[in-house]
Design a protein around this ligand. Structure first.
Ligand code: TLP
Length: 348
């Protein structure tokens, strides 16, 4: 069997030999006692990159978002978010179950909300009403195809948020991609938010780990929340070392992933039966709509997998391809050829 080209997610990357070596050599201590020098180094590094006072290492993007929400809200509060966002769709209703929050999903344009649109959803104070407490944005926006929030739009949304004293949270699981694609500094993006979560386990290529950042006071409280959620870890420098290695070595490489995604999208968009909104292909994600008369998503995924190319369902007639550091430009060419072959066989 040829090499499997796994385009299901940028979470599927395997630690490189260099990363494994950094992990093996990491200095460690008990992080719950605040004793792990490698974790501290990673936290300081990310806080500095994001221009925040403090940061905290957490096992996953989901825990990072959920710790962020819990720490900034009270039960019964309302969080405004885009309807396709990860926090609303893919975190197993955690905001409701864990924090007693009401999430208010608002339809955006290709995942992007405007300040004027959000403002309409902010509730006045009232005996009968939940308190609108937070605006949570996602950049890049996964379900919209990796779209990037324009920085001016974020600034306008923040102004509205501040006017109503709302907490600004950013799910920046792929903020690295937004930064590399747009050239906007990470700290500039982060400057509009009270809490920012970034993931190291996606395009950055670490096997695990996210980092939540904010003020020193907020992160101190978030440490208690993380412990309560069962996320206090011990000699975890061994994993944090992978995160440091990722930031030092893999950040720039995201540009190649974006180029590969663009090429993949442009090639697939020419194929009959497939539709791609090329405008949304701004980073490393390609959403492909399949004409159900040509093939169902299940058949597409299964037949493509038999040719050694993996993608995931992302809607009843939609699949997602995600590029990352373990797939090359040549691998993407192979993937294109496999899809071409599959469609040709179907139409002949
Ligand atoms: N996204 C995963 C799936 O859960 C969909 C993926 O394959 O893309 N925020 C965003 C924007 C994400 O895309 C993800 C993961 C998370 C948070 C959660 O991160 P983890 O998986 O580390 O809990």
């Amino acid at each position: 069997m040829n090499k499997i080209i796994d385009l299901r997610s940028d979470t599927v990357t395997k630690p490189s030999p260099g990363m494994r070596q950094a992990m093996a050599e990491a200095e460690v201590g008990d992080d719950v006692f605040n004793d792990d020098p490698t974790v501290k180094r990673l936290e300081e590094m990310v806080a500095k990159l994001l221009g925040k006072e403090a940061a905290m290492y957490v096992p996953s993007g989901t825990m990072s978002n959920q710790v962020a929400l819990y720490t900034a809200t009270e039960r019964g509060d309302e969080v405004l978010c885009e309807a396709g966002c990860h926090i609303f769709n893919y975190e197993v209703a955690a905001p409701a179950v864990i924090s007693g929050l009401l999430l208010r999903p608002i339809d955006g344009h290709k995942g992007i909300l405007s300040a004027a649109h959000i403002e309409k959803y902010i509730r006045p104070a009232g005996m009968h009403l939940p308190k609108t407490r937070m605006i949570a944005l996602e950049n890049t926006h996964n379900r919209a195809g990796g779209t990037i929030y324009p920085i001016e739009t974020i600034a306008e949304i923040e102004q509205v948020g501040r006017a109503y004293k709302l907490w600004m949270h950013l799910d920046g699981a792929r903020l690295w991609n937004a930064h590399v694609a747009s050239g906007v500094p990470l700290a500039k993006y982060a400057s509009y938010f009270d809490s920012v979560s970034v993931c190291l386990s996606k395009g950055m290529g670490a096997p695990i780990g996210s980092v939540l950042s904010g003020t020193k006071e907020y992160i101190e409280r978030a440490r208690r929340t993380r412990k309560m959620f069962g996320g206090g870890m011990r000699q975890v420098g061994i994993l944090a070392a992978a995160g440091i290695y990722a930031i030092e070595n893999n950040l720039k490489g995201l540009a190649a992933d974006h180029k590969n995604a663009r090429r993949l999208a442009e090639r697939l968009a020419t194929m009959p039966g497939l539709t791609i909104d090329l405008e949304t292909v701004q980073t490393n994600i390609v959403l492909v709509d399949i004409d159900p008369k040509v093939m169902t998503v299940d058949v597409f995924i299964q037949n493509l997998a038999e040719k050694g190319v993996l993608c995931v369902a992302f809607g009843p007639a939609r699949v997602r391809f995600t590029t990352h550091l373990d797939v090359s430009a040549a691998d993407c060419e192979v993937a294109v050829a496999a899809v071409e072959e599959l469609l040709a066989a179907r139409q002949s």
